[in-house]
Design a binder for this molecule. Sequence first.
Ligand code: FRU
Length: 534
Amino acid sequence: MRTIKRTFIIVVITLITTFGCKEYKGSETETSIVSAENLDEEFYRPNYHFTPKANWMNDPNGMFYLNGTYHLYFQHYPEGNVWGPMHWGHATSKDLIQWEEQPIALYPDELGLIFSGSAVVDKDNTSGFGKDGVTPVVAIYTYHNMDGEKAGDIDFQTQGIAYSLDEGMTWTKYSDNPVIKNPGIKDFRDPKVIWHNQTNKWIMSLAAGNKIMFYSSANLIDWTLQSEFGADKGEHGGVWECPDLFPIKVEGTDEEIWVLLVSINPSGPNGGSATQYFIGDFNGQNFTLDWAFANQLKRENAVWLDYGRDNYAGVTWSNIPEDDGRRLFIGWMSNWDYARDVPTYKWRSTMTIPRTLKLKKQNNDYYIASKPVAELNNFVEKNIEKEALSIETQHSLLEDKNVDLSKAKLSFTLSQLKNFMYSVKFYNTLGDTLTIGLDNANKTFFIDRRQSGKVDFSKKFAPKISTASYTAQLKAVNIDIVLDKTSVEVFYNNGMYVMTELFFPNAPFDDFSIVSEDQSFLIDDLKIETLKIP
Ligand code: FRU
């Protein structure tokens, strides 16, 4: 494969998969539209993204790693496929890719429903919950009291804790909950706790309406308010939710800097829910913006972790061993604009692929670069590589036609970009098309799912193309794409810009092409990898 000479080419590349040469909008297909009842399992249950066996899921919660196991809890309504009384569902994995659903971890109680939160491994038993040398895992979550909400109170959200003495499988709620009462703030939730080495304390970041409040504690039980951040920073067109504060090294340096993720709903860059971030310093008491990042905010107003419409409420794992050292993230792959309307029935909602976050600095701007966890590479079963392509129009790329685009990774580099639009189009024989790419004239990355299949279940699902603006015209770009049955995760420029979106085609996408108005352009290092995940 690596012998093909590097030459300029290509107007269209068509990837022909299972059925040989097909018309772009062919109608003579035998594929039939599947009825709603069996859509879930046959068509829309993801091949490898986590989704609950049944019923509703939203935010990832309480993620921690311990003794070879990654734990993922999640907002869950086990009795219905729309949002309802929240529990913490639970899943475990040895490799971040294959998940096993476990019994429900936390049930609502007389204090309220169990909203989002986090979990920490209390190695020094600061909480005193550990018994006979067993290390406790402590979950910190929000109680949402429905009676209080119905009665029109504003103090119906409080923070509670629970502990586990069997590595997160079963939980005991603390007898004296709540540990933080409501100070008179209606939206007061989603505690994310970390251990702060420098001050030897636990730090909680809590979303409080239009800002983040930081609390500290020596024992995870008694909490003291330290400071607030953000009422006048970043995007404020919606409620702030699901914060996450953590230190990270600036890539290639020893400089440690702090990242604060803040989800907001609505008013994401392309509508509805999304996650913005701030870069700065945290001294155990206050979070202050880095001066360069403050300048960046003056230009951009808000900086987003993902510009697509379907990555929300994401946070990072705690207790990742130092010799691993990664900052591992997962998000809820949906959007409050239409999460309850998406055309699945048996279950609703999916998580993103777990991602590694890195912090990069370029021309005084900071950005978080995301990429799928390396573990995904262990599941590659077929790998087709082209170093550089010299193909005539409509040339088939694959000698091997048996490529399943509903469990695949694609990557390539466009290295001679001009002032044009470059698109990757995925399609099926029913005429559904999903287009991702970049418009180098208007300096935007984009996903266009308007023709991607079922879109009319919600007016808010696909009213327009989603875009992410970049500042200077690009000379080259590399693009990594992760595909499942109903999701595309696009990592532009080594993950500097990410766009994650759902789609619901009437038949699986089984073809793709790369097209441009550019008469000749170069595609380097094309890799098409299919995944085998039992
Ligand atoms: C975010 C969120 C959280 C809340 C949870 C309730 O999606 O609204 O703020 O804790 O969902 O399910």
